[in-house]
Ligand binder design. Structure first.
Ligand code: ZN
Length: 82
């Protein structure tokens, strides 16, 4: 696990900058979708990359938007034959 040295403060808008070293280790850029989980018991948060999946089979590649979710090309073909 990579630690960003130093103290990081939350600003007036509730933001914290993810340090470059952390973003580089994870290969995250400015458009990387993330999920944020709060763990009040341990006073911590977990920020995890959101992985889009096909709503039918769980595939993570060749996805197309479908009613605010995603469906893969293979499932789209199967559904179109129904
Ligand atoms: Zn699928």
């Amino acid at each position: 696990m990579e630690e960003a040295k130093g103290l990081h403060l939350i600003d007036e808008e509730g933001r914290v900058v993810l340090p470059t070293i952390v973003r580089n280790v994870l290969k995250w850029d400015e458009k990387t979708p993330v999920e944020i989980w709060a763990n009040p018991k341990d006073h911590e948060i977990v920020i995890r990359q959101h992985i889009f999946q096909c709503l039918s089979c769980g595939a993570t590649e060749h996805l197309k938007p479908f009613h605010k979710k995603y469906i893969c090309e293979e499932c789209q073909k199967l559904i179109s034959k129904l």
